[in-house]
Design a protein around this ligand. Structure first.
Ligand code: SF4
Length: 458
């Protein structure tokens, strides 16, 4: 349904003589999957005739694609809504909530009168958005759909992406793992995968649009399976698409790493030698209450197998400190595993309650805040040092870098990423995004590499 000519008092469009396209401000919070979903929403609403703006003062509809995973996510979203209304000084605007908060906090959202939401749509309801907005704009009804689907993969929607060198491609949605701290299985439903053929069609189209790298996305990406095909064979197929130079994926679960996947990582030159491997904790009892399905020892063994097959592999991870009941001694196991594995990079979080998760329902958040802080500070200090040592080891080496930001100012700096996904900055030059250049690393910090061109550009 094309709705580019409608007008309604709720939009502030008072029926002027020239009908205009309704304008949507779409703001995204949270993870990469949400970014991807916003690209789907852009496509769906774009096809229905909506335009997009970046300033809330110009918008007729504001949609916030929300996250429930990080602490304070809902406070941030609530703050955003109040700020938007304040900035508009009473000028009407339709406001809707999409994403994980829509399914996770539906009751609170609808009952909170101060939010006065017009629309609430969960991650599996985006195809209904034009119809739901219609209900709001034309019939003054509230749009509400947070149904989770066992089948929806949006295989028939081609996302509207921003230009760049990397395109995110969701190959599966949902999660069956039920880690006790995580809300995702409740907000995004059960696992389902797209067909290989459908994914390959999308990747071919991306190449035609100029993308050189794809990152395959999924909440538990390596449990991808469709018609007897698993993730290892999907990676092979994607890497065979002519024009694709690099393939990445995120986030895998450590329990889903068969030898076939390790071999593809090791042998396929287009599959980047980089894995984000969430550890979460190093202690076996804590891992068990987290419902992670591996022990600290099994995790370290997996890293050993990965590094044996692929010695240059870069590893990053996620860690939670102060999970309910975690003792000092159990935290030391996390320190020990982190030290043993030597991740290139780590995202570390203090545990905080996520409503409706198993941990929130059944466990008391009993590690004092000061203790959590003390633990995360120690972990951070150790990891910063490890990251620095890892990066320093690259100084003097020549790395293949895919340029991303090529800058406009002479004398400024530009950057790209090496195979390990590390940011490499270098002096301004005649680069174009997506170009592969050989860079000699001359300096390292914990989070960045600095380099110079190793050979003149041809
Ligand atoms: S694997 Fe665990 S942490 Fe990751 S999305 Fe699934 S339940 Fe959440």
């Amino acid at each position: 349904m094309v709705e580019n000519e409608r007008k309604d008092e709720r939009t502030g469009d008072s029926g002027g003589k020239s009908p205009k396209k309704l304008r949507v401000l779409l703001r995204t919070f949270g993870c990469q999957m949400n970014e991807y979903d916003s690209e789907l929403v852009r496509s769906i609403l774009g096809s229905a005739g909506y335009g997009f703006v970046s300033d809330e003062l110009e918008a007729d509809v504001v949609l916030l694609n929300t996250c429930s995973v990080r602490e304070n996510a809902h406070r941030k979203v609530y703050g955003n809504i109040h700020e938007i209304r304040h900035r508009r000084k009473g000028r009407p605007v339709v406001i809707g909530i999409l994403g994980c908060m829509a399914t996770g906090l539906r009751k609170e959202l609808l009952e909170d009168k101060s939010l006065a939401l017009d629309l609430v749509a969960g991650p599996d309801s985006y195809k209904r958005l034009p119809e739901m907005l219609d209900e709001v704009l034309q019939h003054h009804l509230r749009g509400f759909d947070v149904t989770l689907s066992e089948f929806e993969t949006y295989a028939d929607v081609y996302p509207t992406r921003k230009d760049g060198v990397n395109a995110w491609v969701a190959v599966m949605r949902g999660c069956n793992n039920f880690c006790s701290f995580c809300i995702v299985p409740f907000t995004r439903g059960r696992e389902r995968s797209r067909s290989v053929a459908n994914i390959i069609d999308e990747v071919k189209r991306l190449v035609d649009e100029g993308f050189k790298q794809v990152t395959l996305l999924g909440q538990n990406v390596n449990s991808y399976h469709h018609d007897g095909r698993g993730f290892a064979s999907l990676l092979e197929d994607v890497s065979c698409v002519k024009g694709i130079e690099r393939v990445r994926f995120t986030s895998p679960h450590p329990k889903d790493f068969p030898e076939s996947l390790i071999q593809v990582l090791a042998d396929n030159p287009k599959v980047c030698k980089q894995v984000h491997l969430p550890l979460q904790a190093g202690n076996d009892r804590v891992l068990e209450v987290m419902n992670r399905h591996y022990t600290g020892k099994e995790f370290v063994e997996l890293v050993g197998r990965l590094r044996k097959a692929c010695p240059t592999l870069a590893l990053s991870t996620d860690v939670i400190v102060g999970f309910p009941t975690e003792t000092d001694a159990e935290f030391e196991d996390t320190m020990r595993v982190m030290k043993e594995v030597c991740f290139d990079n780590a995202f570390m979080f203090k545990y905080s309650v996520r409503p409706n998760t198993k941990a929130a329902r059944e466990m008391k958040d009993d590690v004092p805040e000061a203790k959590k802080t003390e633990r995360i500070v120690r972990l951070n200090m150790m990891q910063t040092d490890i990251s620095l040592q890892k990066n320093k080891a690259l100084v003097g080496q020549v790395q293949r870098v895919m340029m991303e930001e090529t800058g406009k100012i002479k004398g400024g700096s530009v950057f790209g990423r090496n195979d390990a996904n590390k940011v490499v900055t270098l002096p301004y030059g005649n680069f174009v995004p997506g170009q592969m250049v050989d860079v000699r690393i001359i300096r390292a910090t914990p989070h960045q590499l600095k380099g110079e061109l190793n050979s003149p550009l041809n």
